[in-house]
Ligand binder design. Structure first.
Ligand SMILES: Cc1ncc(COP(=O)(O)O)c(C=O)c1O
Length: 439
């Protein structure tokens, strides 16, 4: 204890200038150790609120091995020849894109999609909207109207802000926290009557707080109908940052690029792909990246068609190792365990008669819970901190719900759930009955 305090005091002396000389090794170690211990450790702490977990050993091993090579995977390796020095990691990345594309029905990968590994869901969302904005500009000299909901991840707002996509319509969500298809159709018709012809629907596979999933196939069908009837052109960007690495493993009804209007997609492997940060995946229909190409005279391809420029090749090795170490069967086994943890949590909340409301989607490892027996539906700060939980407001019907997002990641143990339910019980003043889920 005394030692920890000393370490902490030492650590809290701020280093505010670039050091003139080397920091003695012992001091540097002290700093780094304190910082290390100030972080959440998924294998030791009871974290229920973050979509992160312990990465797979195979992915860490590959990452460490390739970090030493300091490979730069700049460019998109499904469509261009880039820097000649990094063919190994470029090849691994190409295979990662093919394997993940296969999950999303890019059945004839080589002809169907392009993509690259990136910093995460945010970058993929910016890429998707950047491409679609330029697509409509170049082919139709128009800026599309974008549809989102109040639940759409805030990175979409960032993307719209960056791209001057200011014709935004916020759609209603239905009682399952999905895009309200009736509202979507009504708005397209209303805007069509005012002369608008071009639209982008931002759909989500696994909303951040609710874990709900938009009915992508129905949206695609609706677009087909509106396209035939009105001649409007509507493209879908799919934000699959959270759900992209779990949903396809748990459903027989896999979809993605088999749907005509799905053009661009953003996923995160550093969430449920069980790979260390930063590992996002951007996918799009073949050659769409040409809409955002920038000429570069000093690299072999003579252009760059990604947002980030230089990036790690080691992460391709890490994702490749994760995917091939588990395969479909291995990932499914892990995700089924996450679903079993979620069902166990629900069972325990019910068994203890905790007065709460919740929503969950059957194929997702998220449950959002409103604790109705607590003042302002709020847990104490101590419990929030212990489990890494934050209160969030989600629109529901004509009002809002104050919910906690609980993410049942692979590190969550039954004993953690038991402890959490005990802690919640001890906070409850009114004990009532649990309302049934409608997820
Ligand atoms: C639905 C959704 N989209 C996008 C993002 C952004 O992902 P990242 O933080 O990897 O940029 C998140 C992150 O939680 C998300 O849940």
């Amino acid at each position: 204890m005394g030692k920890t305090l000393t370490n902490r005091r030492y650590y809290e002396q701020k280093i505010i200038q670039f050091p003139r000389n080397t920091l003695p090794k012992e001091k540097a170690r002290l700093y780094l150790n304190t910082a290390f211990n100030n972080n959440v450790n998924y294998s030791k702490h009871s974290i229920l609120g973050y979509p992160g977990t312990i990465p797979l050993a195979a992915s860490i091993e590959a990452l460490i091995k390739f970090l030493a090579l300091n490979a730069n995977n700049i460019g998109t390796h499904t469509r261009i020849e880039s820097e000649a020095g990094f063919k190994g990691t470029q090849g691994l990345e190409r295979q990662c894109i093919a394997m993940v594309g296969h999950l999303f029905r890019a059945d004839n990968f080589a002809n169907k999609i392009d993509g690259y590994l990136n910093s995460g869901g945010t970058e993929g969302n910016i890429m998707g909207l950047w491409i679609l904005r330029n697509y409509f500009r170049k082919l139709y000299s128009a800026t599309p109207v974008c549809f989102k909901t109040a639940l759409t991840h805030y990175s979409i707002q960032k993307a719209m802000n960056l791209l001057y996509l200011d014709k935004v319509q916020v759609l209603k969500s239905n009682s399952l926290f999905e895009i309200d298809l009736g509202d979507l159709e009504a708005r397209v018709r209303e805007l069509f009557a005012r002369g608008v012809r071009y639209f982008v629907v931002i759909a989500t596979l696994g909303y951040t707080v609710t874990g709900s999933i938009d009915r992508i196939e129905s949206i695609n069908r609706l677009i087909n109908r509106l396209n035939r009837e009105l001649g409007v052109i509507i493209k879908i960007h799919l934000d699959a940052a959270h759900g992209g690495f779990i949903y396809p493993f748990l459903t027989k009804n896999r979809y993605g690029f088999n749907l005509r209007h799905v053009y661009t997609m953003s996923l995160d492997a550093h969430k449920l792909g069980l790979v260390p940060y930063s590992c996002g995946i951007f996918l799009c229909r073949k050659h769409l990246q040409r809409f955002i190409e920038t000429n570069v005279d000093y690299i072999k391809s003579h252009f760059d068609d990604t947002l980030c420029g230089s990036r790690s090749g080691a992460i391709a090795a890490s994702l490749w190792a994760a995917i091939t170490s588990l395969g479909m069967v291995g990932y499914r086994r892990i995700y089924n365990k996450c679903l079993a943890s979620k069902l166990y949590l629900i069972k325990e909340l019910k068994r203890k008669n905790i007065n709460c409301w919740y929503y969950t989607n059957d194929s997702m490892n998220i449950i959002c819970v409103e604790f109705n027996g607590l003042r302002d539906n709020r847990l104490s700060e101590k419990i929030e901190q212990k489990y890494g939980l934050n209160l969030a407001q989600v629109p529901f019907s004509e009002s809002t719900r104050n919910v906690y997002k609980i993410v049942l990641m692979p590190h969550v143990k039954g004993t953690t759930i038991d402890e959490f339910v005990r802690d919640v019980c001890s906070e409850h003043r009114e004990i009532g009955r649990t309302n049934p889920s409608f997820g």
